[in-house]
Design a protein around this ligand. Structure first.
Ligand SMILES: NC(=O)c1ccc[n+]([C@@H]2O[C@H](COP(=O)([O-])OP(=O)(O)OC[C@H]3O[C@@H](n4cnc5c(N)ncnc54)[C@H](OP(=O)(O)O)[C@@H]3O)[C@@H](O)[C@H]2O)c1
Length: 277
């Protein structure tokens, strides 16, 4: 996995959720490539280990909980301030909207507050970040990468809100791509399938439900993303198994796809019983 030429075409990387999983893998790849990118990360936790690695000289962490609306506005103001004071004054910008989480259970479990937080993190934050950065993106050129999911291709009972947030992000990304066509700002929607990160544990499921043979690694998702970005594509489903299942799901009648997905996702229960925590 290299992508040096692609990464050298950008001067600034703005990423959300680089403290864990897929986001952390994006950051580790950029560090290993020694691209000289100036990097801004927004998440609650500071990415561990990044500061001690050589090659990433200009890294800024902005502490931000996207489920807190006031705090999000303050963090975006801080990002714009840092960009103008400490970021490169020219050069293309890569924005990766990656922060996100899901939860398992029949609606509204684990609680309506958590469901609404999911909307804030998975949907509201990418919209706000993109809106605030759009003038700079127009002026300097660049790309917006939105990490959606294969959950976007069909209704996802037991993870109803999560799947709907990702369907929103996928469709919004593809529409935005058309609106920005010819502007110098490229938009890419990335749809990973099950990936070995903290996602499942955070969603209230056991990590053990995802054997290595089923899930992809975060590094594979990063590789698929950069390949698609270099090829100028608007949508990438990461991994051939995920490509097949998402293609089939998108061809089925929606009602039938919903029933099928409900049966599959039911197996994700940690104990064989529905979790209503
Ligand atoms: N793993 C999968 O199977 C899979 C499949 C398809 C799509 N995805 C998508 O991939 C993206 C990354 O997930 P992952 O698999 O890498 O899971 P992960 O290891 O749990 O990482 C999630 C990241 O999102 C950030 N985040 C969560 N809540 C946040 C909040 N309130 N404010 C700011 N940042 C927040 C976390 O940072 P902090 O905790 O530091 O805030 C963390 O860095 C998500 O959008 C997820 O929906 C994952």
């Amino acid at each position: 996995m290299r992508h040096t030429k692609l990464l050298q075409s950008f001067h600034t990387l703005i990423i959300t959720g680089a403290s864990s999983g897929i986001g952390k893998s994006f950051l580790e790849h950029v560090v290993s490539m020694r691209t000289g990118l100036t990097v801004f990360n927004l998440s609650r936790r500071i990415p561990e280990g990044i500061f001690t690695q050589e090659g990433l000289l200009n890294f800024h962490h902005i502490s931000c909980d996207f489920s807190h609306r006031e705090g999000t506005f303050e963090a975006l103001d801080e990002l714009l301030r840092l960009l103008s004071e400490q970021g490169p004054s020219a050069g293309r910008i890569l924005l990766i909207n990656n922060s996100g989480f899901g939860s398992y259970g029949s609606f509204p479990a684990p609680g309506i507050s958590r469901q609404l937080e999911m909307l804030d993190v998975n949907v509201r934050a990418p919209l706000l970040l993109t809106e605030r950065l759009l003038p700079l993106l127009h002026a300097r050129g660049g790309a917006v990468v939105n990490i959606a999911s294969t959950a976007a291709f069909q209704p996802t009972a037991h993870m109803a809100t999560y799947g709907a947030t990702k369907a929103f992000l996928l469709n919004w990304s593809l529409a935005l791509r058309e609106e920005l066509r010819g502007s110098g700002v490229h938009v890419l929607a990335v749809c990973p399938g099950p990936t070995t990160t903290q996602f499942f544990r955070n969603a209230g499921m056991q990590q053990a439900i995802l054997p290595e043979s089923v899930g992809q690694s975060a590094a594979q998702v990063v590789d698929a993303t950069f390949c698609a970005l270099a090829a100028g594509r608007g949508l990438v489903v990461s991994g051939w198994k995920n490509k097949v299942t998402s293609f089939l799901a998108s061809k089925l009648p929606k009602v039938f796809a919903a029933r099928l997905a409900a049966r599959v996702i039911a197996h994700f229960r940690p104990t064989g019983k529905n979790t209503q925590t």
